[in-house]
Structure formats: structure tokens, C-alpha cells
Design a protein around this ligand. Structure first.
Ligand code: 6GU
Length: 227
């Protein structure tokens, strides 16, 4: 899979060179590139923003650099998924990550300021599979941190990125429940004991206990996830 991110702060994406995603890039399992939007400006000051028509607070991103950058990046056959991280978008879920992990090419268009000129979205409609995607109901300063989170959630589902595929199956949200509590040695730490059932070696009992814990946790913390 190829992932590109268009941004005025390409340094944000240096984080993708670390740990498992860094390894996955070395092994060519994923190919990642951060593209500086200012490389697609044509004025001396590399201007990417301007004031909004009709007035209002703040600045908007100009359409021309976006158009020129995306002209270079989008597959001509329309197969690219073009994601605009935005608090006004559809909610990004594990199911979204699963769906996107099957794509050949994803471009994240990371806006700043009060957003991007609407015509960029309208123009891109015919050229790619366009999606506005939000991490949740809060506001970040720009799309970069959101894109990083989405890239990690997507990339770790690609075969070969994570060593132990068991850990993909067992974790939170794959079964719609929050993760059960886990323990390692020592058996007693600061007067706190590891639950007896986990030390017994009865695997059916352990599986039952873990499921009950996951349900109880989900009921307490995220009842909206339960049917
Ligand atoms: Cl995707 N972008 C921005 N700027 N803020 C957000 C977000 C995205 N998701 C939640 N807040």
C-alpha cells in the first residue's frame, strides 16, 4: 500500500519512521511519503492561505496549491482514496480502518487554519474516492495528528506490519468490546494480587473470566458499544 500526506508541516510524519511502521517501510510493505504543500505554491512567500469571501474570522487555504499537488498525486484511473481529516467528517472507527487497509493508495490532505476552499472538495469528487473523516468530537489545530492516528490504525492491519497476528484478533474493538485487564509477574505487587483464575491454568475458565471482564468494563465505560 502507498500512503501520501499533503501538509504544510511534513515533520509531523517523521513519527512514521519509528518502530513497527518504520520497519514496514524498510521492508516495502508500506510506502509512505509526506508532501510539502508549499512546494506547490508559485509566489515568493509560498502563500497557502487567504481571507474568506463573505468575511468571518480566520484564514482559509487557497485552492491552487491543493489542485497542483493533487494533480501530481492522484492515480489517473480514479482509484486513489482521498481523505480530508476534518471534525466535520464521518467518524473514523475500527471498521473504517479495516476497509481502508484494503486500498492500494490513500492520500491524506491535511488542512490547517479554518479549512480548505470548498472547490477543492468539489473538484476532487470526480478524480478520487473523497472522504471527510473525523477522529471524534473535539477540535485539533489541523489534520496532521488525526492523519497520523488513522495511518497507524490502518497500517497495522496490513499483513506483515505486526509480527503476531494473534494480537490483532484479540484486542479491543475487534469483538466490539473493550479489552479485559491483563497481568504479568510478579503474582503480588504492592499488596495487589493477580486474580486467582489467571494463575490456575484452566483455559476455558480463563476465557470465560476475560469475556465477563470485557463485558463489565464495556457496560461501565462504553455502554453505547453494547447491543
Ligand atoms: Cl480529523 N481534524 C481536526 N482538525 N480536528 C479533529 C479531527 C480531525 N478529528 C477530531 N478533531
Amino acid at each position: 500500500m502507498r500512503i501520501d500526506a499533503v501538509t504544510i508541516f511534513p515533520q509531523y510524519f517523521d513519527a512514521l519512521d519509528i518502530s513497527l511502521l518504520g520497519k514496514a517501510q524498510e521492508n516495502k510493505v508500506i510506502e509512505f511519503k509526506a508532501i510539502d504543500l508549499r512546494d506547490y505554491t508559485h509566489d515568493k512567500h509560498k502563500t497557502v492561505d487567504d481571507s474568506p469571501y463573505g468575511g468571518g474570522a480566520g484564514m482559509l487555504m487557497k485552492p491552487e496549491p491543493w489542485g497542483d499537488a493533487l494533480d501530481q498525486l492522484l492515480n489517473p484511473d480514479g482509484s486513489t482514496v482521498l481523505i480530508f481529516p476534518s471534525p466535520a467528517g464521518e467518524l473514523f472507527k475500527q471498521s473504517t480502518a479495516r476497509e481502508l487497509a484494503n486500498k492500494e493508495h490513500i492520500v491524506f490532505a491535511c488542512g490547517r487554519y479554518e479549512g480548505i476552499d470548498q472547490r477543492v472538495f468539489d473538484w476532487a469528487q470526480g478524480k478520487a474516492e473523497v472522504r471527510l473523516v473525523s477522529l471524534g468530537d473535539y477540535v485539533l489545530n489541523g489534520g496532521e495528528v488525526a492523519a497520523l492516528a488513522m495511518i497507524e490504525a490502518i497500517a497495522r492491519l496490513i499483513p506483515g506490519v505486526i509480527g503476531n497476528s494473534e494480537s490483532l484478533i484479540e484486542e479491543s474493538h475487534s469483538d466490539g468490546l473493550l479489552e479485559y485487564p491483563s497481568y504479568t509477574k510478579p503474582a503480588v505487587w504492592r499488596d495487589l494480587e493477580v486474580p486467582e483464575v489467571l494463575r490456575g491454568g484452566n483455559h476455558a475458565e480463563i476465557a470465560k473470566w476475560r469475556h465477563e471482564q470485557a463485558v463489565a468494563r464495556t457496560k461501565a465505560i462504553r455502554p453505547d458499544l453494547l447491543p
